[in-house]
Design a binder for this molecule. Structure first.
Ligand SMILES: C[S@@+](CC[C@H](N)C(=O)[O-])C[C@H]1O[C@@H](n2cnc3c(N)ncnc32)[C@H](O)[C@@H]1O
Length: 380
């Protein structure tokens, strides 16, 4: 079967590398967003459970062109939905349309709903479909008249790990936080710190990686109730993940974060507790200007304040300057920071060694890496 791990624009690379690390086959990043791969229902469930940077895992049902409602109806009705959806399946439909003849999501949803309902009614010889069983959400994406019909295996989006129930002012999505950590030079076993950690997303995602904890370990996925994934297989995959986490927690790791503001830090503590990591992630109140890092070498990944409003510009520049000073005081530490500020490097005090364009929601940002001074010397 053909699957798509959908992802925020710019995160296709990290998602593809995660899929390959899971041993999945035929991994292909798409120009139109997301990453395709081939595999069984068990492979898709493994992806749901383990992917840290993707938004959802979707099963590709049908693809084709449609410029009219009739063409869309024929395309949706041509797929054998009854092979996947049982007679009591609930099948909500959501549609997104862009640059196409068919531009009304609500009309497209209604057409696809009717086509699938007609097909299932005929297949199951039912006049009325109960729709009171497991959920098989249908995702309709129409881009430049090209239609992609998928079934959503995830249910809640994958950033919902189950540990964050309180949000601060500008929290980073868990999926982006995980991608930032993955794109940094940090690897489990190395020291890690976020000196402007807010509600703790980045440090917590690093801790989950260090502990080899599947991000979806404590939440359910819709695919777990689908007939194409035998219960025995899903139970086995979950048991394997539990065991990896048990072993992971036996490892030593040095991961933490600090923030000048006690309020988001309080949330960070609650999140760490909910993730079962409160004894493994150090969190403390501290101005980055006074911070003493806990090791000689390590990696900082951080999301400093942005100067979106006029009055915030100075705060953003001060934060960049504080990070630059922290980097200079700690020659063994690499600093990675995501920021939309054009003057970030000037305030930091040097040009980034690497940069990559990313989006934090709708905000276009640069993800900059300032390699440690020790590494710079080695490279000379
Ligand atoms: C964009 S928020 C970080 C959000 C965080 N990534 C999260 O997911 O919640 C920026 C954080 O930087 C903190 N901050 C700003 N200046 C600081 C400084 N000099 N030292 C430490 N923290 C600072 C703010 O209090 C704020 O929590």
């Amino acid at each position: 079967m053909e699957w798509i791990a959908s992802a925020a624009f710019g995160l296709e690379g990290p998602v593809a590398s995660e899929l390959r690390a899971l041993g999945l086959k035929d991994v292909r990043p798409q120009d139109t967003g997301g990453v395709r791969f081939s595999g069984t229902g068990a492979d898709a469930f493994r992806a749901d459970l383990w992917l840290r940077s993707a938004d959802r895992v979707l099963l590709v049902a049908a693809e084709g062109e449609a410029r009219s409602f009739e063409e869309l109806f024929q395309l949706a009705g041509g797929f054998a939905w009854e092979k996947i959806l049982p007679r009591d399946a609930r099948f909500p439909v959501r549609a997104h349309c862009a640059r196409s003849q068919l531009m009304s999501p609500s009309d497209c949803q209604a057409i696809v709903k009717k086509a699938v309902a007609d097909r299932l009614s005929r297949a199951y010889r039912l006049k009325w479909l109960p729709e009171d069983g497991a959920s098989f959400a249908i995702d309709v994406s129409i881009r430049r008249d090209r239609v992609l019909l998928c079934l959503d295996t995830s249910g809640d989006a994958l950033n919902r790990r189950g540990y964050r129930t309180w949000n601060g002012e500008a929290p980073l999505r868990e999926t982006l936080a995980a991608a930032l950590v993955r794109m940094s030079p940090w690897r489990p076993g190395m020291a890690f710190w976020d000196p402007m950690c807010g509600t703790g997303s980045i440090a917590l995602e690093a801790a989950l990686m260090a502990a080899d904890r599947a991000p979806g370990l404590v939440r359910p996925f819709d695919i777990e109730r689908w007939p194409l994934l035998p219960a025995k297989e899903s139970a086995h995959i979950r048991a394997e993940a539990e065991e990896r986490f048990r072993q992971g927690m036996e490892r030593e790791f040095l991961i933490g974060g600090s923030d000048i503001d006690p309020e988001p830090l309080e949330l960070a503590r609650r999140h760490a507790k909910q993730a079962g990591m409160e004894s493994r992630v150090t969190l403390r109140q501290c101005d980055a200007r006074d911070l003493v890092l806990p090791a000689e070498r390590g990696v900082i990944v951080t999301n400093p304040p942005y100067g979106e409003r006029l009055g915030d510009r100075k705060t953003a520049q001060d934060a960049a300057a504080a990070l630059g000073a922290l980097w200079r005081r700690n020659p063994g530490w690499t600093v990675c920071a995501i920021s939309p500020e054009s003057g970030f490097e000037r305030a930091f005090g040097r040009r980034a060694d690497r940069r990559r364009r990313l989006y934090n929601g709708r905000i276009e940002c640069e993800y900059m890496t300032f390699l440690s001074q020790n590494q710079q010397k080695r490279d000379l």
